[in-house]
Ligand binder design. Structure first.
Ligand SMILES: Nc1ncnc2c1ncn2[C@@H]1O[C@H](COP(=O)(O)OP(=O)(O)OP(=O)(O)O)[C@@H](O)[C@H]1O
Length: 241
């Protein structure tokens, strides 16, 4: 049983005075613990729509989306919200940090909804995670005083403080220069491995996509294997010369 499973999923949206628009069609995808899945696709190919499904923010129009083997349609929306908060971490291109809050205040946010020791120990957990991402010296800094790479590291800390089982990263290096992007991804890969989570990365950048161990492509809402990235990744790893 997979952690997340899409089975012949379609997503359409109603359009005024017109037929519904099909954004995703026939999408099959399984995400298991420890998976590293990269998804590439042109603008408008349906990447955000897919990510919203994987993040349990939307439901398929037809087909089945399962979380831990359970059809998400059968899970009440309040419980879906709790699963999302507890088990899924999000990382965005523009970091999405709260501007007036320090690095620690940003990283602690998901723990405000936790209970037990995770709640009582939230400050310590957030600080430890910021140390882990190399920001132990910037705990009280506001986002405006941090570089892009540092802000993304705060966002990574925030996404990981509850040790989620899945991380969904939407263009995580899109606002960073090449070198900073690679080092942020190195860090994300390391911590995701330590925590045994699955990482799904949506990216335009072939070098970032090649880091995954499963390579997929979205084309007009259809998800297929991305042979080109898989071949590039194999060469990179020295599997093929
Ligand atoms: N609620 C909606 N109503 C109408 N059209 C929509 C809606 N949501 C998405 N679309 C359209 O569906 C297509 C796919 O959208 P989506 O945001 O998933 O693409 P994307 O691959 O994430 O694009 P980008 O890389 O530019 O963010 C686009 O053409 C978009 O305009």
């Amino acid at each position: 049983m997979s952690l997340l499973e899409l089975d012949d999923v379609t997503r359409t949206v109603p359009i005024a005075d017109s037929e519904a628009l099909t954004i995703l069609s026939g999408v099959d995808l399984k995400v298991d613990a420890g998976d590293r899945v990269s998804i590439v696709g042109r603008s408008g190919s349906g990447k955000s729509t897919l990510l919203n499904l994987l993040g349990l923010l939307d439901l398929p129009t037809t087909g089945e989306l399962r979380w831990d083997g359970v059809d998400v349609r059968s899970i009440r929306s309040g419980h879906r919200d709790r699963i999302r908060g507890r088990e899924i971490g999000f990382i965005f291109q523009q970091f999405n940090l709260l501007e007036g809050r320090t690095a620690t205040e940003n990283a602690v946010l998901p723990l405000l909804y936790a209970d037990g020791p995770s709640f009582w120990r939230r400050e310590r957990i957030a600080r430890d995670m910021l140390e882990r991402v190399g920001l132990g010296h910037r705990l009280d800094s506001l986002p405006s005083s941090l570089s892009g790479g540092e802000q993304q590291r705060v966002a990574i800390a925030r996404a990981l403080v509850r040790t989620p089982r899945v991380i969904l990263a939407d263009e995580p290096t899109g606002a960073l220069d090449l070198e900073t992007g690679q080092s942020v991804m190195d860090l994300l890969d390391e911590i995701v491995s330590e925590q045994g989570a699955a990482l799904v990365t949506i990216t335009h950048d072939p070098a970032i996509a090649a880091r995954g161990d499963r390579h997929l492509r979205l084309d007009s809402g259809v998800l297929t294997a991305d042979e080109a990235t898989a071949a590039a990744a194999a060469v990179h790893r020295g599997v093929v010369t």
